[in-house]
Design a protein around this ligand. Sequence first.
Ligand SMILES: Nc1nc2c(c(=O)[nH]1)N[C@H]1C(S)=C(S)[C@@H](COP(=O)(O)OP(=O)(O)OC[C@H]3O[C@@H](n4cnc5c(=O)[nH]c(N)nc54)[C@H](O)[C@@H]3O)O[C@H]1N2
Ligand SMILES: Nc1nc2c(c(=O)[nH]1)N[C@H]1C(S)=C(S)[C@@H](COP(=O)(O)OP(=O)(O)OC[C@H]3O[C@@H](n4cnc5c(=O)[nH]c(N)nc54)[C@H](O)[C@@H]3O)O[C@H]1N2
Ligand code: SF4
Ligand SMILES: [Mo]
Length: 907
Amino acid sequence: MKTVTRSTCCYCGVGCGVLIEAEHGRITGIAGDPDHPANFGRLCTKGRSLPLTAASTAGRALQPELRATREAKREPSDWSSALDHVAARFAEIVEQHGPDSVAFYISGQLLTEDYYVFNKLAKGLIRTNNIDTNSRLCMSSAVTAYKKAFGADGPPTCYEDLELARTVLFAGSNMPYAHPVLFRRLEDAKAKNPDIRWIVVDPRRTDVAALADLHLAIQPGTDVALFNGMLHHLIWEGMLERDFIDAHTHGFLDLKALVREYSPRMAAGICGIAEQDLIRAAEWFADSPATLSLYCMGLNQSSHGTDKNLSLINLHLATRQIGKPGAGPFSLTGQPNAMGGREVGGMATMLAAHRDIGNADDRAEVEAFWGVQGLSEKIGLPAVDMFDAIADGKIKAVWIACTNPVHSMPDIASVRKAMAKAEFVVVQEAFVETDTVPYADVLLPATTWGEKSGTVTNSERRISRVRAAVEAPGEARADWWIVAEVARRLEQRLMPRHENAHDVVASESKLFPYASPNEIFDEHRALTVGRDLDIGGLSYAVLEDEGPKQWPFVAGAARGDERRYTDGVFATDDGRARFHKTPYLPVAESTDARYPFRLVTGRLRDQWHGMSRTGRADALFAHAPEATVVMHRGDAARRGLADGDLVTIASRRGKMVLPLETSDDLRSGTLFAAMHWSGQYLNNGGVNEATIGAVDPYSAQPELKHAAVRIEVPDLPWRLVAAKRGDTLALRAAVQPLLGERRYASIRIEDEDLLVVSAADAIAHPDWADRLHDALGLPRGDDLLEYRDARRGREQRVAWNGKLIDGFLLTGDTSGARSLIEQIRAATPWTGPRHTIFLPGGEDALRALAPRARIVCNCKQVTQTQIEEAIAANAGLDELKSTLGCGTVCGSCVPEIKRLLNATAVA
Ligand SMILES: Nc1nc2c(c(=O)[nH]1)N[C@H]1C(S)=C(S)[C@@H](COP(=O)(O)OP(=O)(O)OC[C@H]3O[C@@H](n4cnc5c(=O)[nH]c(N)nc54)[C@H](O)[C@@H]3O)O[C@H]1N2
Ligand SMILES: Nc1nc2c(c(=O)[nH]1)N[C@H]1C(S)=C(S)[C@@H](COP(=O)(O)OP(=O)(O)OC[C@H]3O[C@@H](n4cnc5c(=O)[nH]c(N)nc54)[C@H](O)[C@@H]3O)O[C@H]1N2
Ligand code: SF4
Ligand SMILES: [Mo]
């Protein structure tokens, strides 16, 4: 029987509503929910591909596993033993070393209900505030700035403002990749009204920058200087809203004194942009009837992230671009429930429902509500400090859920050290192939998207239901259930009430009596009443009957508030917003003669973080099949480097070898590498080998985007390329353990069911080549054609499946690899005898196959070459859509197509 379940996409903070189709217990399809106010039926490439990622249970965590000692291998276990073990170890450590000797590192991808139980376990039962989340790497600068400026966290804006804004400022946000469906809404608005002005502040020429009316390609990390300079100009020109400043804010005069020195010329000089551009941006910002700023990691992930946010908010307050339709500082949340995590207070620096740890009244309220005493008044350790404390032995046990810190934290060498040092590591995961799982003493298998149920809050404060469409696979369990089970056991041990009772049943637990996520939501909801995020009027029933709702949503309300602070009254004690002095400070690590490049990191269009899920859909590799480092074309030429050359990127902390990609979209002196690739695809852990753990002094958010690095050309003459057709999940699992042995090794997905391995080293490793051969399942015997030229150190092996090439392995001279890959991809039968493939004529026949160009449109599989050829024949956007079909389904590729059109127009 076919079922359709209404739920929410599990990727970005847009929070698109989805309709999940399932049949016979399997997810078979997906569609955008036409009634969901975030997307009105639209989905991007990632959302549309969700069923592909849920197609098999290969690589899923299906059973609890534990190991008796750190040296042992994990063995499968049952739930009861695993839960007892986790509870016992946590209790022992807490009893011996105190509550702050344990820590929780969780995630903005957990559901609000999961998050709530974790927070209550840590803060209410164990009474440690050592619970932090990957939101520290993501949203904490935005949170801190909202609180400092407005007195409360959360954006004052809503999605409708995307359509109402007349000037849109994108600051450190690559929306076509990171928030595609919201970008569709902006594109539509601009198509209807071409007078809408787009300003982009980004050191790279991203797709949105290429389409903008004004692109300020600032030096990385100089945003504060830019915004201060803009404010200086507006003050000088008298373009401020004096009445609003006088009636509704504090601190303007101090700020004015500070920005006096930021003349447009001086500020533009720091940013490396034209003074005129800065002035134009300032005037467009101030003179528009509605200016909306959309900002994300280019502001937050900085050692001055809070000031970057505040200097932009200063502009909004000074020009009264806030509290009215189409205007405001809109921090886009990255993860699907970054906002929900903030609501339940699931971080080291906050308490439930936007309460503060340091505030005795707040603590007393939570104590009374939970029926516990002695909540810790000591701020917990934020992410970077938490892992440092683990490395120092101060924290002995850590429970990691729904995040992959050995990949996503800055300076991962130090995170690996911490993980090796910890006495006890629990990893609660849905997928086993991540860089963190190998460190787990206990692996707790969690259900994931499509299988779990609860709520999430998106970027515009809108709470949506997440619903299960299929049963949990294997022994996987919902996150909230796992935490509550351990919590009950700990409750009994740390707050004994039941003599000799072994299993504490839910109904007998005082603190964790939950039988369903609904009960948890109700408890959370009650804690918000009277707070700025009051959702006293909301319930699962309301969400069921009326659909997703924005907070605040007080009892008796018919709807939530779309916008906040519309009356000019802010959430501070006196109702006035605060200006903050934001002096410009350089990035944490300056470039110098030894480390002359600035390494910027960020996202790809079709991959999600550590790729544990998107990496399961071969189609999602078509847009960017492998890890590279991007360098400005001129910088590469000066060094005699070309596309595809292997280079070493080295920082003071670590290094990695990657193939080079040249581009005109970067400033000279900057490099870009995507954050997604990890030890699952590379011989190293990816870009965070090089990044720096320096954090913002107010938000503790690390500067993941701006390490100083150098480029070396490694001497790696031995080259290998191998490929195999087959189930890429299984092939990757088999090959991955070999990667770390080589100086460079990389897995890429070239096509549906086609995995390619590239490797390089200082000397030949024939034994490794043989092991790789077997790991790929290349045949031995009749179906293998081999050619060796020992003198030239060259070896070619081609695997046959009848008349088709099924795989190959080349060492020494690997120049034939591209042609062989195209031959496999084309799947045209080889008509001559097999051995002729090595003869000159055979190689020529292979070479005749043109390499397939990059796929731009994923839905319709349209390549860049096809689009460029059509453009050369004078096709416009509409014609491209009607003839090639590109851009007609999800629209994720439209910004890039427009860009290709513009490039031709300019040429
Ligand atoms: N496809 C995809 N979408 C995602 C995600 C994903 O993994 N994949 N992850 C989600 C999450 S959790 C997040 S947080 C968001 C992130 O969404 P974004 O923040 O939009 O994405 P990033 O690529 O990390 O960074 C945005 C831009 O910041 C620029 N930048 C770097 N340094 C500076 C600087 O100093 N100043 C300025 N102004 N800009 C700078 C980079 O060049 C980059 O283009 O995306 C969400 N959406
Ligand atoms: N250099 C650099 N580093 C960065 C960034 C950057 O821009 N540059 N961005 C940072 C940002 S903004 C973020 S948000 C982080 C993201 O970094 P991570 O949090 O490490 O990212 P994910 O890979 O999404 O990790 C989520 C994990 O949860 C697992 N999972 C999925 N569903 C479930 C579930 O329902 N339950 C459980 N228990 N597990 C589940 C997934 O398999 C995955 O391994 O990366 C940060 N790191
Ligand atoms: S924009 Fe894409 S990734 Fe983000 S919620 Fe919507 S479908 Fe999911
Ligand atoms: Mo994020």
